[in-house]
Design a protein around this ligand. Structure first.
Ligand code: SOE
Length: 392
């Protein structure tokens, strides 16, 4: 069906939780959506040849490299998909862009503003040569989130007055959950702040169409030492008797002001027992509200204050109709989508932009702004939550 489409060779670096999520996206995108180019799962990169080969076989990659530098030199590679910890993003992304490869990088884009700036400089130079780049803020691609963004842009809730956003998980609430790279500042940059706080910053900016102009934050680390992992897979592992330090925040609480001056309240925690992947965002406007919770991800709640008071109330919109974003390519109404579909939609949007020779979104400029927000929250927290303006 898609045989005569031009080929798009993909190299994916890293094959843990995110690598698995991206692999199913590369496998399915062109099978469900009509794309201008056909992605090929050309090469998976991992340092340990045996483990990388086993992962490549399981996930469907054609070949393996143990050095990412070799992968970005390959002529059969057009896109480099970076699914490694944050401390490697800048070096790989810049080298790939300079080698003429399009780049998709997992969030947060980098560990520091300086790295994100260097990546953006490389992205701007590459764009002039037709080489594109994108940051993987996947939740933008959840149909209900897309619908929320559309309703706000169409003025269906009027002027944005207030936002409250939470990203709550509980995989660290057990003090015996062992250490992993996500708890190491050198590797991850920050803790809940960058890992999941970055998502709600991006979602807020995406849904409202506004940037955060300033923030005030608090960072807390509840468990400062944990068992060193003997084995780890996804977010869970087994620890031994040796213990090591946690060098990042466990929870980030922050306030922000959008460019319009509207206030936004945020909370990111990996310690919220019972909350597994609860991304909740509510936007109140002058004529209505929208509310979303990822734990019920096929639903968007919409309140239209212009309706007669007698019957007004939150509409529970089941976002599974063919008229809803991305749905037509999937299942009949009511059958619903899951976590993995956001990654497929991300691959779809990237490939469509590449086919059209356009810059995909979110761009590295968008990612850099999120990085600046993260940095401002850290600086604010270090100064007793002083309100900190986000610089250019
Ligand atoms: C861990 O908190 C994590 O895997 C994040 O790193 C991802 O971005 C999120 O999608 C799921 O949770």
């Amino acid at each position: 069906m898609t045989e005569d489409k031009p080929r798009l060779g993909v190299a994916m670096i890293g094959y843990a939780f995110m690598g698995r999520a991206h692999s199913q996206a590369w496998r399915n995108a062109h099978r469900f959506f009509d794309l201008p180019l056909e992605p090929h799962m050309t090469v998976l990169v991992g340092r340990d040849e045996q483990r990388a080969s086993a992962a490549a076989k399981q996930l469907g990659w054609d070949s393996v490299e143990t050095d990412w530098r070799r992968a970005i030199e390959r002529e059969d590679v057009d896109v480099v998909d970076i699914c490694t910890p944050g401390d490697t993003h800048a070096e790989i992304a810049i080298a790939a862009l300079e080698a003429g490869k399009h780049v998709l990088v997992e969030k947060p884009m980098a560990n520091t503003v300086a790295e994100a700036e260097a990546m953006t400089t490389a992205a701007v130079a590459a764009r002039a040569r037709g080489v594109q780049s994108m940051v993987g803020f996947t939740y933008r691609r959840v149909p209900a989130v897309r619908l929320a963004q559309r309703l706000v842009a169409e003025g269906r809730i009027g002027e944005v007055r207030q936002v409250r956003a939470q990203y709550l998980q509980d995989w660290l609430a057990d003090a015996e959950t062992p250490l992993s790279w996500r708890l190491d500042k050198e590797k991850a940059g920050s803790g809940a702040l960058g890992d999941i706080g970055a998502h709600i910053i991006d979602l807020t900016q995406f849904i409202t169409g506004q940037q955060l102009a300033g923030v005030s934050g608090m960072l807390d680390t509840f468990v400062t030492e944990r068992p060193v992992a003997e084995s780890f897979s996804g977010l869970h592992g087994t620890g031994g008797t040796e213990r090591g330090p946690v060098t990042v925040d466990d929870a980030a609480s922050f306030l922000g002001r959008l460019s319009s001056g509207a206030p936004a309240v945020f909370e990111a925690s990996r310690f919220a027992w019972g909350r597994k992947n609860a991304i909740r965002i509510e936007v109140n406007g002058s004529t209505g509200s929208i509310a979303f919770d990822f734990e019920d991800m096929n639903v968007l709640h919409y309140y239209d204050a212009t309706e007669p008071a007698e019957t007004a109330g939150f509409h529970r919109i089941l976002v599974t109709e063919p008229v809803h974003p991305y749905i037509e390519a999937w299942w009949p109404a009511g059958h619903g989508l899951g976590y993995e579909h956001g990654f497929v939609h991300q691959a779809v949007d990237l490939v469509r932009a590449l086919g059209a020779g356009e810059q995909p979104t979110p761009s590295f400029e968008d990612g850099l702004h999120v990085q600046r927000v993260l940095d401002a929250i850290e600086r604010s927290a270090a100064q007793n939550s002083t309100f900190t303006t986000i610089g250019d």
